[in-house]
Design a protein around this ligand. Structure first.
Ligand code: PEP
Ligand code: MN
Length: 368
C-alpha cells in the first residue's frame, strides 16, 4: 500500500504521512461537493485533501474557481474530518488568504512555476512561515525553471518543499493530455535526493482510464507519492471532468498499485543483483575501451585522408555505416531510434577528431 512509500524521505513532512496521497477535486465548486468528496476520500483512507480555489484556466469564459469563498469549506473538512487540506496559490494574495485560513499545504501550478516573477512574489509572501509547498513542473520541459522555483522557496526559508511531475504541454494529437518526460523528475531526484517527488497522474493522463497506468509507472520509478483528482460526481465537474475519479475508484486504484521498495535486505536478491551489476560494469568498461580504439582508428583515417588530400566526409559513407548498424541492431532487438542517437554522437565525435588531425600541423606550418 502506498502509505509505506518513502516515508523517511519526507523528514519534516512526516506530519503529513501516512498516506502520501493528496487527493480531491480539481476545483472546489460547492460546499456540498467539497465536503461530500472529502468524506468519501477519508473513508477510502486518504489523509490529505486538495481542492483548487483559484483556477488558472486557458480560456477566460471557463470556470475560474470560487476563490476565497471556498476557504471555509476547506476549513470545515479540516475541522470536521481531521484531514489536511491543500490548495493552489498563484499570487501573494492567494498565499495570504490561505495562510490566514490555516490551510496545511500549498501548491504552485504548472503555469505559475513557469513564471519567475509570480514564484518570487509567492516566495516573498511565504517568508517566515513553515507551511509545506509542492511545486508542479512548469508547462514546458525546462528543468532549470523547475529547480529555480524550488530554490526561490528554499531561499524564502520554506524547508518542506516537494516537486510534482504533471507532464509537459505539447502540440498535436497525443495519447495523454501532457507528455510525461520522466527524465526530468528523475534528474530532480538525483540533484535533491532528500526532497519528496510526487506524480500527478490526473493532469498527465487527461482521461480517467489512463490514470492507473501512469500512477503505477510512478511507483515503478520510486516516486514518493501521488496527487490525484477525485470528485463525487466526475461527469459533472466544472473543470477537468474527463480525468477525475470517484473516491471509490481512487481507493480501488490505490489498493491495486504495486509499490516497489528502493532496496531490500534479501541476501538472494543482493547476491544476484551484484552479479548482474558486475557484468554490466564489465560491459561498460569494454564499451569505453572499444570507443577509445574506434577513435584511434578514426584518427589514423584522418591522417591518411590528409596525406592524400581527401575530405573528411564522403557522400554515402555515413548512411552505409548507419544502415549496417541498424540492421545488426534489429537482429539484437535494439530500438532503431536509440541506436541512431548513439551512432550519430559517435560519428560527430569522430568527425571532430579527424578535423583536429587535419588542422594539426597546418597552423604550426604557418608559424615556421
Ligand atoms: C490542478 O492541479 O488542478 C492544476 C491546475 O494543475 P496544473 O497546474 O498541473 O495544470
Ligand atoms: Mn485540474
Amino acid at each position: 500500500m502506498i502509505k509505506y512509500l518513502g516515508v523517511e524521505k519526507w523528514g519534516l513532512w512526516k506530519s503529513l504521512c501516512p498516506p502520501l496521497v493528496v487527493a480531491g477535486p480539481c476545483s472546489a465548486e460547492t460546499e456540498e461537493q467539497v465536503y461530500g468528496t472529502a468524506a468519501a476520500l477519508k473513508a477510502a483512507g486518504i489523509g490529505v485533501f486538495r481542492a483548487g480555489l483559484w483556477k488558472p484556466r486557458t480560456h477566460p469564459a471557463s470556470f475560474e474557481g470560487v476563490g476565497e469563498r471556498g476557504l471555509p469549506w476547506l476549513v470545515r473538512v479540516q475541522r470536521e474530518l481531521g484531514m489536511r487540506v491543500a490548495t493552489e496559490v498563484a499570487n501573494a494574495h492567494h498565499v495570504e488568504q490561505a495562510l490566514h485560513a490555516g490551510l496545511d499545504l500549498l501548491w504552485l501550478g504548472a503555469r505559475t512555476t513557469a513564471n519567475p516573477f509570480a514564484v518570487q512574489e509567492i516566495a516573498d509572501a511565504l517568508q517566515g512561515t513553515d507551511i509545506p509547498v509542492l511545486v508542479k513542473n512548469p508547462v514546458n520541459p525546462d528543468l532549470e525553471l523547475w529547480l529555480g522555483a524550488l530554490e526561490r522557496l528554499e531561499r524564502a526559508g520554506i524547508c518542506r518543499i516537494g516537486a510534482v511531475h504533471r507532464g509537459f504541454s505539447a502540440y498535436g494529437e497525443m495519447k495523454y493530455r501532457n507528455l510525461p518526460q520522466w527524465q526530468l523528475p528523475i534528474e530532480i531526484r538525483r540533484r535533491c535526493p532528500d526532497m519528496p517527488v510526487l506524480c500527478d497522474p490526473s493532469h498527465l493522463a487527461g482521461r480517467r482510464e489512463y490514470v492507473r497506468e501512469i500512477a503505477q509507472q510512478a511507483m515503478d520509478l520510486g516516486f514518493d507519492g501521488l496527487m490525484v483528482e477525485s470528485h463525487v460526481c466526475p461527469e459533472q465537474a466544472l473543470s477537468d471532468a474527463a480525468q477525475q475519479l470517484t473516491p471509490a475508484a481512487l481507493g480501488e486504484m490505490l489498493a491495486g498499485l504495486v509499490v516497489r521498495q528502493e532496496d531490500t535486505e534479501n541476501p538472494v536478491y543482493k547476491a544476484n543483483i551484484d552479479e548482474l551489476r558486475s557484468r554490466i560494469d564489465a560491459i561498460d568498461n569494454e564499451l569505453v575501451d572499444l570507443l577509445g580504439l574506434r577513435m584511434e582508428i578514426s584518427a589514423q583515417i584522418g591522417e591518411y585522408k590528409k596525406q592524400n588530400n581527401i575530405t573528411i566526409l564522403q557522400t554515402g559513407r555515413w548512411e552505409k555505416v548507419l544502415e549496417r548498424v541498424l540492421a545488426r541492431g534489429a537482429e539484437k532487438g535494439l530500438d532503431a531510434g536509440f541506436l541512431e542517437r548513439i551512432f550519430t554522437a559517435i560519428h560527430r565525435a569522430s568527425i571532430d577528431r579527424q578535423s583536429n588531425v587535419m588542422q594539426d600541423g597546418e597552423s604550426q606550418g604557418e608559424n615556421v
